[in-house]
Design a protein around this ligand. Structure first.
Ligand SMILES: [Zn+2]
Ligand SMILES: [Zn+2]
Length: 241
C-alpha cells in the first residue's frame, strides 16, 4: 500500500471506527454492523400505507394522514419504524457518530431491494447552511452517498437546496406544518433533474410533508418520477397532534 493510501485508510478508520462498537448502543461489536440486541430491536413496517409507507394501525389502503392528501412523490418506503434501536441509531448519526451511517444505509438498501422503485439519480433532503454549520454535516447526504455508491448510481447532493430555516415538523400542529415547510426548498441548478427519475433520501419521515415538498420542487424542475426512501418512519399509532 502506498504512503498516501495508508494515510487515507487510517483517516477513514478514524472517521468510521466500524467493527469496534455497535453504532446504536455502543456495546462491543463482535461481527456485523449492529449488535444482535439492536438488530432484533429494529421493527420492520408490517402494514405499510400505500401512499407514504408508514406503518398503519388498520389494514389496507391509506393511513389517516394520507386520506386527505395526495403527496407529490410517486412512492415512499422506510426500512423500519422510528422506535427503539432505530431511534437510538438516528440519534447517534445526528450527534457526531458518522459511522452509524453505514449500518443505517445497509438497512435502507435491504428495504429498497424489495421495491419497484426505478431511478437514475440519488439526492437527499437538504439542510440550510446554518444547520450545516451547527451539525457539521447533513446526515441524509451521508446516507445518500453510501446508497448511490453501493448501487453504482449518480449522486446529486447539491442541486436541491433548503432556502430558509423551518421549525421541526413534529413540534407543530398539523394545521401549521404546510405553511412551515411550503416553499422552503429550491433548485440551485435549474435543469439538474429535468426528465430524470429521482430517489430522494432522508433519515426519518414524520408526516411526509417535507418529502412531499421536496418532491414538488423536484417535479417543478422537470423530474419525471420521485421515489422516497427513509431509514425510519413514525407509525400511525404515534399521535403527533
Ligand atoms: Zn447495539
Ligand atoms: Zn400514509
Amino acid at each position: 500500500m502506498g504512503f498516501l493510501n495508508q494515510i487515507k485508510e487510517s483517516f477513514l478508520e478514524f472517521l468510521f471506527p466500524q467493527g469496534l462498537a455497535c453504532p446504536a448502543c455502543g456495546d462491543e461489536l463482535a461481527e456485523g454492523l449492529l449488535c444482535p440486541n439492536c438488530q432484533s430491536g429494529i421493527a420492520p413496517i408490517g402494514k405499510p400505507c400505500t401512499r407514504c409507507g408508514r406503518n398503519m394501525l388498520g389494514g389496507g389502503g391509506y393511513c389517516s394522514g394520507c386520506k386527505g392528501r395526495i403527496p407529490h412523490f410517486d412512492g415512499c418506503l422506510s426500512a423500519c419504524e422510528y422506535d427503539g434501536a432505530a431511534k437510538a441509531l438516528l440519534g447517534r448519526l445526528k450527534n457526531g457518530h458518522r459511522y452509524a451511517a453505514e449500518a443505517i444505509a445497509a438497512l435502507m438498501l435491504d428495504a429498497l431491494k424489495g421495491s419497484a422503485f426505478e431511478f437514475d439519480v440519488v439526492t437527499c433532503v437538504p439542510i440550510t447552511p446554518r444547520v450545516k454549520r451547527l451539525r457539521g454535516y447533513n446526515q441524509s447526504l451521508l446516507l445518500a452517498q453510501i446508497i448511490a455508491q453501493s448501487l453504482g448510481k449518480e449522486l446529486d447532493g447539491e442541486s436541491l437546496i433548503k432556502a430558509r430555516d423551518t421549525a421541526f415538523q413534529k413540534d407543530l400542529p398539523a394545521s401549521q406544518r404546510q405553511s412551515n415547510i411550503g416553499g422552503a426548498f429550491k433548485l440551485a441548478k435549474r435543469g439538474a433533474f429535468e426528465g430524470r427519475r429521482v430517489l430522494l433520501v432522508d433519515d426519518v419521515m414524520t408526516t411526509g410533508s417535507t418529502l412531499s415538498e421536496c418532491a414538488k420542487t423536484l417535479k417543478k424542475g422537470g423530474a419525471q418520477k420521485v421515489f422516497c426512501l427513509t431509514f425510519a418512519s413514525v407509525g400511525e399509532s404515534v399521535k403527533l397532534d
